[in-house]
Unconditional design. Structure first.
Length: 403
């Protein structure tokens, strides 16, 4: 699609609305998976396995998702993933026991991976490079909106009908996401097929310099965002802040994250990807490094607000980077490898915090992860100009001199 033909509103029913709905389904699902596991009589540690299975499944399924995407195309892959998500959430709804709950988490993680890869691959082709910053940051806003709407909708179903009806809310959202893609005009979802037939490893070896630098940096920024969602609640517990007050702080600062997501697109559009990625990692790294200075509710408010603002400034950065780095002819395969790294950052962050907290304490664990964010900032600073330079409009042609 050429720049003159492209309009962001063309992506509303095909990309933005389904992304909001599928993320809302995940948001409804995540809080109740461990609750159901405990309800089956399992310990908290065993209950946490269910959520871990979902995260790891999302990462591992990127490779088969690429193969399936190359066979059936992005549009069909998004519809199939929504149907799979519906089936898995309904499996959890029927309350068949712990093994069925784990299977549900495994299947939903696979569905989430397939949907995300197909959407990313689709956007990489149909959104012209000069329109990616604002288009991708808007998609980042859909993620944030979905994660806010999903738990609220799920809690309403739970309060009215019981815990298992939270899964029904997630199932309805999955169906709605699939329907939105299905009824979107097909002409807006046309892409050229990849020439690699889903051979992720071949493409990953060829594109290893990009993946080992900017791919790793993107994994670090994903881990840094996840640590915010895991480390800060633990810090609130350590400070003796009540659960209600903690939730209120996260809700209000989360509004900062949601309200300012489009600012990231404006920054990248005007000043480049550097000014979205590097300041985010420096801000997260600094706040984590000096988190030992947080000693009361007021300083915790500051920490939560700064990390929320930093997160908002990088909305869509990984989506843009993946699209900019993806080589023609092997788009889906490259994005599968790239997304394995970013999903790996999300999956490994909880384990990193857990191990380090058990070994050296929470303050030292957060400080260590803060140093990791500085590594990511260096990688972005060093390699963005090499592998993902910012778009520059071609200079206008000079009129031919008159004779």
């Amino acid at each position: 699609m050429t720049s003159g033909e492209f309009r962001k509103r063309q992506l509303v029913t095909a990309i933005y609305l389904p992304s909001l709905l599928i993320t809302a389904a995940e948001g409804a699902l995540l809080p109740i998976l461990p609750v159901s596991a405990v309800g089956f009589g399992f310990s908290l540690a065993e209950a946490s396995i269910v959520t871990t299975v979902l995260m790891v499944s999302t990462m591992v399924f990127e490779v088969p998702a690429s193969w399936l995407n190359s066979k059936i195309g992005e549009r069909q892959a998004m519809i199939a993933s929504a149907v799979l998500g519906f089936a898995m959430t309904m499996l959890a709804f029927f309350h068949l026991g712990y093994p069925a709950l784990v299977l549900s988490a495994l299947g939903f993680g696979a569905a989430h991976s397939l949907f995300g890869l197909a959407r990313h691959s689709l956007l990489a082709e149909i959104v012209p490079e000069q329109h990616r910053p604002k288009s991708m940051s808007l998609l980042g806003g859909m993620f944030r909106g979905g994660m806010a709407i999903g738990p609220v909708l799920g809690s309403a179903f739970i309060v009215l009908y019981g815990v298992e009806f939270g899964y029904l809310a997630a199932a309805i959202l999955c169906l709605a996401a699939g329907a939105s893609v299905m009824f979107a005009p097909k002409g807006r979802l046309k892409t050229t097929p990849s020439g690699q037939n889903g051979n992720v490893w071949k493409v990953a070896r060829r594109e290893a310099p990009k993946l080992a630098t900017l791919g790793v940096a993107s994994a670090i920024i994903s881990a840094g965002r996840t640590i915010r969602l895991i480390g800060l609640p633990l810090l609130a517990i350590q400070l003796g802040i009540s659960p209600g007050e903690t939730s209120f702080i996260f809700g209000l600062t989360g509004f900062i994250d949601f309200a300012l997501f489009y600012l990231s697109g404006i920054i990248m559009d005007r000043y480049g990807k550097f000014w979205s990625s590097v300041p985010t990692l420096l801000a997260l790294g600094t706040t984590y490094l000096f988190s030992f200075l947080v000693t009361d509710v007021f300083t915790f408010w500051i920490l939560a607000a700064v990390t929320a603002l930093a997160n908002a400034l990088s909305a869509g950065i990984n989506m843009i980077l993946g699209a900019d780095l993806a080589p023609p002819g092997s788009r889906s395969e490259f994005l599968a490898a790239f997304r394995m790294l970013t999903s790996g950052g999300v999956a490994l962050a909880p384990a990193m915090i857990t191990v380090l907290t058990a070994s050296v304490g929470l303050a030292s664990a957060l400080a260590a992860t803060g140093l990791l964010n500085f590594v990511g900032a260096f990688l972005f600073w060093k390699y963005l100009p090499i592998y993902a330079p910012d778009y520059k409009a071609p200079a206008p042609e000079k009129p031919a001199p008159e004779n």
